[in-house]
Write a new protein. Structure first.
Lengths: 92, 286
C-alpha cells in the first residue's frame, strides 16, 4: 500500500474493544480475545480519534498543525501506530 | 458427633468447622480462624474426621471430601487453602490476589503472584503497626469499591520463617505436620487487635522479593498498574469489562508503585514513609 493510500484509510475502533483512559494513557480490553493492551499518550490520543470517517491523512494534518511538527514524519508515526493496532485486531 | 465451631464468615461464604475426637486440634483451628467475623446465615459444615477405613484423616466440606492426610494435623494448612479456593469466588465483586493493610485510613493493596513475598511483606507491615485486611485476596465492594477485609490466618512459607521466629506455632497436636511446610499465623499472634475494618484503597504497591537487592519504591503509571492489577484479579476473564471498570475506579483514586523487596525492614520503612508523605486528604478516618 502506498503512503497516499494509507493516508486515505479511516480506521474505526473495534466494537469489541472497551477503553479506559487514565492520565492520558489508555488500557484497551479486547473482549473478543480476552486481552489487555496499554497505549501511551500518543497511541491513546490517536485511538480516541479513530471514528471510521476521519482519514489518517486528516489526522496527520490536525496533529502536525496543532503541534507544529513535520507532516511527513507525523504521517509515518500515525501509519506505524495504526498498523500495530490493526495487527492486534483492535481496529474494525 | 463433633461440636461445630461458631459460624465464620469469609467474605460472602459462611462455614463452621468441627473436629472429631481431637480437642487440641479443635482448639487450634478455632484460634486459626478467630479473626474471621461471625456469620448469621446458613453455614456450610466443615468436618475433620478420621477416615472410615482408618487410613488417615479427611476434610469434608458439605458432603464432599476436599482433602486427606496421614494425620489430622496435616489438614490444618488444607483448611486454609480450601477456604481461599472456596470463599474468594463467592464474593460479589472484584477480588485481587493481593495482601492488604491499612494505616491512618490509607488502604494499601499489595498485588503479587505467589512466591513474590506478599504474605511476608504483609506480616512485616502488620508487625510494624499497620492494620490487617488480608494476605491473600483483596475484595472490593461492588458499590463503593471499599476493601472488604478477609482476615484469614497469614500463610508464611519456610523462606520467611527466620524473619518471624516469634510466630512459629507451638501446638501439642501429636505431630508437626500442621507447620512442616507453611505456618498458619492468626493475625492477633502478630499484634493483638490488628484486624482492621473496611477502608478505601489509597496506594497500590506491587512487591517483588529480590534476594540481596536494595529495597526500592518506584512510581508507576496508573494505566500500567491497571493492567498489572487485572492480571492479579481472580477470574478476570469471567467478568472482564465489569472488573476492568471497577479496577479503574480503584486505580484512579490511588498512587501506584513497584517495590523491590530486599531486606524486609527496609521495605516496611519505605511504605511507612510513603504513608506519611501522602497529602493530608489521602488519610481518612474509618
Amino acid at each position: 500500500m502506498s503512503d497516499r493510500a494509507e493516508e486515505q484509510y479511516a480506521p474505526a475502533r473495534g466494537a469489541q474493544v472497551f477503553t479506559v483512559v487514565l492520565d492520558g494513557d489508555a488500557v484497551l480490553l479486547d473482549e473478543s480475545a480476552d486481552r489487555l493492551h496499554l497505549l501511551n499518550h500518543t497511541g491513546a490520543l490517536l485511538w480516541q480519534l479513530y471514528d471510521g470517517s476521519t482519514s489518517l491523512g486528516m489526522l496527520a494534518d490536525e496533529v502536525a498543525a496543532e503541534l507544529g511538527l513535520d507532516r511527513a514524519r507525523v504521517v509515518d508515526d500515525i501509519v506505524s501506530i495504526t498498523a500495530q493496532l490493526a495487527n492486534e485486531g483492535l481496529i474494525a | 458427633m463433633a461440636e461445630p465451631s461458631r459460624v465464620h464468615r469469609a467474605l460472602d461464604y459462611e462455614f463452621t468447622v468441627a473436629v472429631e475426637g481431637d480437642d487440641a486440634l479443635r482448639a487450634y483451628v478455632s484460634r486459626v480462624f478467630a479473626a474471621l467475623p461471625s456469620g448469621t446465615g446458613e453455614p456450610v459444615p466443615w468436618l475433620v474426621r478420621e477416615r472410615e477405613d482408618h487410613d488417615g484423616w479427611e476434610l469434608v466440606v458439605g458432603a464432599d471430601r476436599q482433602a486427606s492426610g496421614a494425620t489430622a494435623a496435616r489438614l490444618v494448612p488444607e483448611l486454609v487453602h480450601r477456604l481461599n479456593a472456596i470463599a474468594l469466588p463467592t464474593w460479589d465483586g472484584v477480588v485481587c490476589h493481593a495482601g492488604g493493610v491499612v494505616r491512618e485510613g490509607v488502604g494499601i493493596v499489595l498485588p503479587a503472584d505467589v512466591e513474590s513475598g506478599k504474605s511476608t511483606l504483609t506480616a512485616g507491615l502488620v508487625r510494624a503497626g499497620f492494620g490487617y485486611l488480608t494476605d491473600e485476596g483483596v475484595a472490593f465492594r461492588r458499590d463503593t469499591a471499599l476493601i472488604e477485609p478477609f482476615p484469614k490466618p497469614l500463610s508464611l512459607d519456610a523462606g520467611s520463617w527466620f524473619l518471624f521466629p516469634e510466630l512459629e506455632p507451638d501446638e501439642d497436636l501429636g505431630s508437626d505436620d500442621y507447620k512442616r511446610e507453611q505456618w498458619q499465623v492468626p493475625p492477633d499472634a502478630i499484634r493483638p487487635g490488628c484486624v482492621a475494618g473496611p477502608c478505601a484503597a489509597r496506594v497500590v504497591v506491587f512487591p517483588q522479593y529480590v534476594e540481596d537487592a536494595a529495597s526500592e519504591l518506584v512510581p508507576m503509571r496508573r494505566a500500567e498498574a491497571l493492567i498489572e492489577l487485572a492480571k492479579n484479579t481472580f477470574a478476570f476473564n469471567q467478568q472482564s469489562r465489569f472488573a476492568l471498570e471497577q479496577l479503574a475506579e480503584v486505580i484512579r483514586a490511588v498512587d501506584c508503585f513497584r517495590l523491590t523487596v530486599g531486606a524486609l525492614d527496609d521495605a516496611v520503612a519505605l511504605i511507612e514513609d510513603l504513608v506519611v508523605s501522602l497529602p493530608v486528604g489521602a488519610h481518612a478516618d474509618v
